[in-house]
Design a protein around this ligand. Sequence first.
Ligand SMILES: Nc1ncnc2c1ncn2[C@@H]1O[C@H](COP(=O)(O)OP(=O)(O)OP(=O)(O)O)[C@@H](O)[C@H]1O
Ligand SMILES: [Mg+2]
Length: 276
Amino acid sequence: MTQTRARADAGNPLAGFKVGREPYFRAIGNEVELYEAAYRTRMPVMLKGPTGCGKTRFVEHMAWKLNRPLITISCHEDMTASDLVGRYLLDAGGTVWHDGPLTLAVRHGAICYLDEIVEARQDTTVVIHSLTDDRRMLPLEKKNEVVQAHPDFQIVISYNPGYQSVLKDLKESTKQRFGAIGFSYPSPEIEAEIVMREAGVDRRAADTLVCIAKRSRNLKGQGLDEGASTRMLINAGLLIAGGIPIAEACQVAMVVPITDDPDLRDALTGAIAACI
Ligand SMILES: Nc1ncnc2c1ncn2[C@@H]1O[C@H](COP(=O)(O)OP(=O)(O)OP(=O)(O)O)[C@@H](O)[C@H]1O
Ligand SMILES: [Mg+2]
């Protein structure tokens, strides 16, 4: 980094949030074009799809492509509105306001990605309401300030459909503020390409893993909540690339983590044997 660049970055609160190198993302449909169109109008976007199908990778790739900093917030049950917007903290000089990650993104123009938003309590999630309608502003009640969103600011959330309980779902008034892009597991051809690239295995091993995944996904609803994700295939691939025999790698990465049921484990082991 040049000295001039380092000096410029020193004053930029979002310097640490730039996505440096292009994150590899293999498009499955027109999700890139859809996202670009949504970003042009700064429409809040919901990425909807099962676990491990590429939602997080996609948002990283898009932030890189659009040259915007990306602030990711992993939502959880104990998260409070202050964790998002900020709080006064005591230091040597007295109490000083510290912007939370959401405020930082709003003020300086980042893409703010709220990962697993349904994990947050609904009274926390409502703080994004004034940002996700035409007002595009964030009231900091404790600080008596209203922050108007930077023109580049956009909010993105991820949502795994089907995992919600009555207690854990988005309010209708939250859902209806977003445009949604649906994600699912790719076609066998594309999924094998992703596994080869991410795990460093050859075509034959990748095809075998994809074949096992297909069978595993067929068991969804018959005891399995979800079949093996692309992430699981990559984990199995990484073990194979590290010298572990394929059957064992699949047990470790694709069978044992998803079920404790002996019958289902047998069924999955049978699927592995059939594909190898
Ligand atoms: N289309 C894709 N292009 C490139 N890599 C992909 C793609 N889909 C999945 N992957 C790979 O699968 C892994 C898991 O994807 P990712 O972490 O984005 O899943 P996710 O949908 O965010 O899951 P979760 O809901 O559990 O957070 C990534 O690290 C990446 O290696
Ligand atoms: Mg994710």
